[in-house]
Design a protein around this ligand. Structure first.
Ligand code: URA
Length: 242
């Protein structure tokens, strides 16, 4: 464990304790200990990994990168800010909101399920690049009967009348009836992609949930609207390509 040298105030901003001016006040107010000693100078150098930093007796957990997995409910916009609606950031605790994490890719306002939030831009970029072929799996309920012909159409790659062309996707039919249930696997993330692919075969998505990204499945015990830090194993599953 080596870590890097950073200023105490920057350290506290990074762990989400507050803005630079808030944390400077806290430091000057003698609320912060480093390795057991009260430190009152915000510019004091600490080691990001080996220094033990406490605020009001609470040990801070510094990590260069923070990765969260969220089970997104309906009604939230996948963005960090929105003038009108609540965003997925509103589902995080205040300290985690301050960690400058952002959502990796987009789920529509009415889509539920697996959403990753991270402060690692490079990782996010890798996950979203169509070249990397990170599969995303969706569960959907559809108004109308899904057919074998639809499976073929998805496998060939659907082209819309407006010129949009989707790479081949995998359609699995769980149940075909007046209302059908399906799984759709795609590795792109174009606007309303699953809904539009289903629309292109003459049916309509009435419920959509992302259940898998790369090798990472939405954990069953992660209830709607809750989130947690990804484990190292989960992070590996997420970034593995099939
Ligand atoms: N496809 C959609 O249509 N919507 C989503 O939210 C995700 C994929």
């Amino acid at each position: 464990m080596s870590g890097k040298k950073i200023r105490l105030d920057k350290y506290l901003v990074h762990v989400g304790y507050g803005t630079r001016s808030t944390v400077q006040k806290i430091i000057r107010g003698k609320k912060v200990k480093v390795d057991g000693q009260v430190i009152i100078k915000p510019e004091t150098a600490v080691n990001s990994l080996t220094s033990v930093v406490e605020v009001n007796g609470e040990r801070m957990d510094y990590q260069e990168f923070y990765h969260f997995i969220l089970n997104k409910p309906r009604g939230y916009i996948t963005a960090t800010e929105d003038g009108r609606d609540q965003t997925v950031l509103d589902l995080l605790g205040e300290r985690d909101q301050n960690k400058e994490v952002f959502p990796v890719g987009r789920l529509d306002k009415d889509t539920e399920g697996l959403l990753i939030l991270t402060n690692d831009g490079k990782m996010a970029h890798g996950l979203l690049s169509p070249k990397r072929h990170v599969d995303k799996v969706y569960y959907a309920r559809v108004a109308g009967k899904m057919t074998e012909e639809d499976i073929k159409m998805f496998a060939e790659g659907i082209a819309l009348t407006d010129g949009t062309k989707y790479a081949p996707g995998k359609l699995e039919i769980i149940r075909s009836d007046e209302e059908s249930e399906i799984y759709v696997t795609i590795h792109e993330g174009k606007f309303h992609q699953v809904k539009r692919m289903v629309q292109a075969v003459g049916k309509e998505v009435v419920y959509l949930k992302r259940i898998k990204m790369g090798g990472l499945e939405l954990p069953e015990d992660l209830s709607l609207g809750t989130y947690r830090t990804l484990t190292k194993e989960e992070l590996d599953l997420l970034t593995q390509t099939q």
